[in-house]
Ligand binder design. Structure first.
Ligand SMILES: [Zn+2]
Length: 145
């Protein structure tokens, strides 16, 4: 058995700006039980699109998927980078968070080359969505792309 190691690299000023954009979106949109996560996507044209997590009593829709859906439904430029922040209570400050398993599947499927900011060992690193799910679900006979 071998370990699966994900390639990471240091974040840069563009990544830090993306974390700030997600933080601003959550500062504006936070609502207990409704909006606890915000995601910011930087597009190939330099613009930034944000999305808020949509929570209800029984179902949560992730901010990352909401943001990607906005980009795709509006025919915007290709997403190239993602950062997400989470805030659980009114008293909390938004903190960078990594995408959940469903987001790793969905965003890794749609935009595997997109980078994502991840908390790691007390700091932040950057990885590719396509690398976050190294053993994805496949149809019989299908091979990973
Ligand atoms: Zn998610």
């Amino acid at each position: 058995m071998s370990d699966i190691i994900i390639a990471t690299e240091p974040i840069d000023d563009l990544d830090r700006a993306l974390v700030k954009a997600a933080t601003a979106a959550l500062d504006t949109g936070f609502r207990t039980g409704r909006h606890h996560v915000a995601a910011a996507l930087r597009l190939a044209d330099g613009s930034v699109v944000t999305g808020l997590h949509l929570g209800s009593r029984r179902v949560n829709l992730c901010a990352e998927q909401i943001a990607l859906g906005m980009v795709l439904s509006q025919g915007l430029a290709e997403p190239v980078a993602c950062a997400s922040v989470i805030r659980m209570t009114e008293a909390d400050r938004p903190e960078p968070t990594s995408p959940c398993g469903v987001c790793r599947e969905v965003l890794g499927f749609f935009v595997p080359s997109m980078t994502v900011v991840l908390p790691h060992l007390g700091g932040l690193v950057r990885a590719r969505f396509g690398d976050l799910l190294p053993a994805p679900w496949l149809l019989p006979g299908e091979s990973p792309s």
